[in-house]
Design a protein around this ligand. Structure first.
Ligand code: ZN
Length: 455
């Protein structure tokens, strides 16, 4: 393991596979005061006062930026907390996490709620940490002060969120929220499933995944996205569609972009690497909303990714306790309809995506674009995060792209040992994570910083 260095120290990191924005090449990085000061030819830097870390053939990536993480603290800390989530992030090569505004109590829908979150997170962040706000019915007046206080934008749900203290927006609330966000220049991030389509879908509880899938049809996403895009067009708001699962959404996005609507979209590792066909009866670790769909849909998501239609792949890490998941191995019923919906796997996003991306002929450069540069740009952090480039924070990951490992739920750092990847073999191992030039040791003191919106 490389030695840890203080933020003021000078370090040289050398690898034959440095993943730069324009491709992979051998290089030396000079790190000073936590930033990348120089990128030089491989084996060329001789700096008297610098520590040298030679990674050999292990790849060097920029730290991943995960803009979709539900930490749940305070209020539901037994589901997940800042310490466990950010340790999992660091262990998975994620150096920046933006926390979602709900499932914690209070939710981040007021300036006071943000202050509570920030105070709670103090001293508990192993990676850099920012916050989303929430736009819910009745809090339009809170958006501008929250935005000024540094949240990266505002999440709204078009269908029930799953928790009472974060209600979804009906059309009138959505109009109001988007109009206000257009006025203040905020980014609206939206959970897009349509409640009317969901209500009309067949509801068959039980252990069969097919029944659950039928209860959250493609149409629920498509209808919600169509309505959202229409509202964005009229209000002029900049919108981002969270966790796109259905390929039925893709033509709507393309049309809206052609019409000049400011819209981006993300998808998640579980939609790109798992499929409905493989979900075992009663294995509710796979339950999330919108749901994991079939293999043909997954192929369409990969094609869209390759075509640049998604700005980011982010985890949507949304854990709960095993009992709320109704997991069979914890004595639960395995009923998909009643189980908490959410995938817990923040630590596994990089190897999960790399395993599948490589199989489909993609490069590490692509993965970095989807999981680091893209999400950094989404939230306006491209000046400091998202690339190995001069002047950026030295947030780095040593990644062995050829090593494999078997996923053991109990060995992951997130709080509850639940993951749909349990037992799978993934390719790609995170060896070391650096945050602003310092090696992150999840067993030592944390030094992650709270970050605020700058754009
Ligand atoms: Zn989410």
């Amino acid at each position: 393991m490389p030695r840890s260095v203080t933020p003021q120290a000078t370090a040289v990191i050398r690898s034959r596979r440095v993943v730069l924005p324009d491709g992979e090449r051998p290089a030396d990085l000079l790190i000073r005061d936590g930033r990348i000061e120089r990128i030089a030819a491989h084996d060329s830097l001789l700096v008297a006062d610098a520590t040298l870390t030679d990674l050999g053939d292990t790849a060097l990536l920029p730290g991943l930026v995960d803009t979709h993480v539900h930490v749940n603290e305070p209020g539901r800390t037994e589901w997940e907390g800042f310490a466990t989530a950010t340790r999992a992030a660091a262990a998975g090569g994620v150096t920046t996490v933006i926390d979602m505004p709900l499932n914690s109590i209070p939710p981040t829908t007021t300036v006071e709620g943000l202050a509570v979150k920030r105070k709670t997170a103090e001293g508990q962040a192993w990676v850099d940490l920012g916050f989303w706000g929430g736009a819910v019915p009745g809090n339009a007046d809170e958006l501008e002060p929250l935005h000024r206080a540094g949240v990266f934008g505002f999440k709204s749900f078009l269908a029930p969120s799953g928790v009472d203290e974060f209600p979804h927006v009906e059309q009138a609330d959505l109009e109001k929220a988007l109009a206000e966000q257009a006025r203040i220049g905020a980014l609206a991030i939206i959970h897009a499933e349509d409640p009317a389509v969901l209500a009309a879908a067949p509801q068959q509880p039980g252990v069969h995944y097919r029944d659950f899938l039928a209860s959250r049809p493609d149409d629920a996403e498509a209808a919600a996205v169509a309505r959202l895009l229409d509202t964005a067009r009229r209000t002029g708001a900049r919108v981002h569609i969270l966790h796109v699962s259905s390929a039925a959404v893709l033509p709507l996005l393309a049309q809206a972009r052609a019409d000049g609507v400011r819209v981006t979209a993300e998808t998640c590792p579980h939609y790109l690497t798992l499929a409905a066909e493989e979900v075992p009866d009663g294995d509710t670790a796979f339950k999330c909303c919108p749901p994991i769909r079939d293999e043909s849909n997954r192929d369409l998501l990969w094609a869209a990714l390759a075509a640049g239609e998604f700005i980011a792949i982010v985890s949507d890490h949304s854990p709960s306790t095993p009992d709320l998941k109704l997991l069979k191995r914890f004595g639960g019923s395995g009923d998909f309809a009643a189980a908490w919906g959410g995938i817990a796997s923040l630590q596994l996003g990089l190897p999960a995506i790399w395993t599948e991306a490589r199989r489909r002929g993609h490069q590490l450069t692509d993965v970095v674009r989807w999981m680091s540069a893209g999400p950094a740009a989404l939230v306006g952090l491209e000046g400091s995060k998202g690339a190995i480039a001069v002047g950026r924070d030295a947030d780095l990951v040593a990644f062995d792209p050829d090593a494999g490992f078997a996923v053991v739920a109990d060995e992951l750092h997130h709080r509850n040992p639940v993951t749909p990847y349990a037992g799978k073999t993934l390719t790609g191992v995170v060896r070391t994570t650096w945050l602003r030039g310092r090696v992150v040791d999840v067993h030592a003191e944390p030094f992650g910083r709270q970050i605020l919106r700058t754009r």
